[in-house]
Each structure stands twice: as C-alpha cells, then as structure tokens.
Design a protein around this ligand. Structure first.
Ligand code: DGL
Length: 275
C-alpha cells in the first residue's frame, strides 16, 4: 500500500481557517496540517517577490511534513505566488506533488453567482492589484463585468479580533458603499479574502438584500472533492484518519482564540519556524 500524508493548508494568518472549516465539513475523513504565517501577516500589501518567497518557504515546510497536496488558502498567495510555484518551483522540488489555490475554483464557477452579469470582488490590495480575478473570470465568462474593491483595513481588523466591534462597521460600510457606487448593478459580491467570512455579519448588514455575498470555503471544498475524483492517484496519497494539526509561526493568545472560535474540537497548536 502506498504511504499517505495529510493535506497541507496554508494561509498568511488566521484566514485560511475559514477554508479549513469548510474542508472539515465536506471532507472530514482526511488528515490536515494547517500552517498560518502569523509572524509575517498580512501578506496583502507585500510585493510579488516577498509573497512568493514566504509562500514557497511555507510550501516547503508542508512538503517536509510529507504533504503531497497543499492548498494555498490565501488569495494573496494564490494571486502572487501560485503560478511561479506551479510552473517554476514544483518541477524542481517534486513534480508529483500538487499546490492548489483558491482563486481558480471561484472564477471558474463565477457565472453561477450573478444573474445580471455584474460581479463585485472584495479583496486585499495585493489580490486586487494582481488583477487575477478579472483576468481569470474573463477567460471563463467574457460577458461578466467585474468591479474590484481593495479593503486594506479589513484583515488587520480581523487579525486584531475587532471583527465584532462597533468601530468595524464604519470600515465595512465604507467599502461596500464604494463598490456599489462604482457599479450599482452588482448582484453578487465575492469575498476574495479568506479573512472576510469572519466579517460576514457586518458585510451582510450593509449589503442590500438582493445582492448575494459569496464566501470561498464551500467552493474550495467542492473543488477539492472534484479534483480528487479526477485525480485518484493524488487522492490516495492523502491519509484518512480524521487528524488535524495546527501550526503557526507566531503562537499568540489570538491564534488560540481564533481556532477556538471556529472549531469545537480540542486544539493543540505548535509554533514553528519556516527559516
Ligand atoms: N488571507 C489573505 C487572503 O486571503 C489575506 C491576509 C493577508 O493579507 O495576509 O488574501
């Protein structure tokens, strides 16, 4: 029998936990190793080179743990590092391993979310500047008009546990109002940052009811399950004992609080060093 290893899930910080949560709901049988680079988050404002360097270090760390399949559960890393890792780094490291991102699953299904073909993307500065969403959506759905809005303050608000606080309303409302003033025909807003589902109550509060608000977690989980159906050779390299391992590059009380907020299982968190 072939040796099998956990699925690696990487994010710059807490955000990828929202994706992991959906993976655990849909595909609970697999083992998962989560890695959050909290010591160096946020990645949003960083350059392509730095995001690539940090993400590659994280991927190599997960590969060292045995992972055959790694998910970049971070839009910024998916936008700024994934292509280089897939095309340049992976063939040199181990062409049999896979690194998958979170942008493709959303863009290839984008047509489902909008009736009137006007879509809004809410993301970090890095994701918005990369143009990955409009470029990818255009390939699949040339008729969809995409408007983007960078919300640079939202990730620090979540990382600082201010996602439920009153002051956060101001910053959420400001960006929702702005994107809807740029394109009032938008009928679906995509949360193109894994931290944003933690702001969902406030985002819904300031979004008119006829507009759908789409989180990525479920879409990514569905896409992984489809991927495994298409690639049984990769699926059988993923171990299935229902184990979860949580790692961060900066173990603070807030990482612990965030994991407890999202998961109702006992959680042991390890601090690790990527350098
Ligand atoms: N989790 C990242 C994303 O989905 C955002 C956090 C960051 O800027 O590091 O884009």
């Amino acid at each position: 029998m072939k040796q099998a290893f956990p699925i690696g899930v990487f994010d710059s910080g807490f955000g990828g936990l929202t994706v992991l949560k959906e993976l655990l709901k849909s595909l609970p049988q697999y083992d998962y190793i989560y890695l959050g680079d909290n010591a160096r988050a946020p990645y949003g404002p960083r350059s392509f080179d730095v995001v690539h360097k940090y993400t590659l270090q994280a991927v190599n760390w997960l590969f060292d743990k045995g992972c055959r399949v790694v998910i970049l559960a971070c839009n910024t890393a998916s936008a700024k590092a994934l292509r280089t890792i897939q095309q340049r780094d992976l063939p040199l490291i181990d062409p049999t391993r896979r690194v998958l991102g979170v942008i493709r699953p959303v863009t290839e299904s984008a047509g489902v979310y909008t009736k009137n073909r006007h879509l809004g993307i809410l993301g970090t500065e890095g994701t918005v500047q990369s143009g990955s969403y409009p470029i990818e959506i255009k390939k699949f759905f040339p008729d969809i008009i995409v408007t983007q809005e960078a919300c640079p303050i939202w990730v620090p608000l979540v990382e600082n546990h201010e996602h439920e606080s009153e002051g956060t309303d101001f910053f959420v409302k400001r960006h929702i109002d702005h994107i809807l003033s740029v394109d009032p025909s938008i009928d679906a807003l995509i949360l193109a940052c894994t931290h944003y589902p933690l702001l969902i109550n406030k985002i819904r509060k300031y979004t008119p009811q006829h507009i759908s608000v789409i989180s990525q977690g479920e879409i990514v989980a569905k896409s992984l399950s489809d991927y495994f159906l298409r690639h049984p050779d990769k699926e059988e390299m993923c171990s299935q004992n229902g184990k979860r391992y949580f790692n961060t590059t900066d173990l603070t009380a807030s990482f612990d609080r965030m994991t407890r907020l999202l998961f109702d299982i006992p959680i042991q968190i390890e601090q690790v060093n990527l350098l």
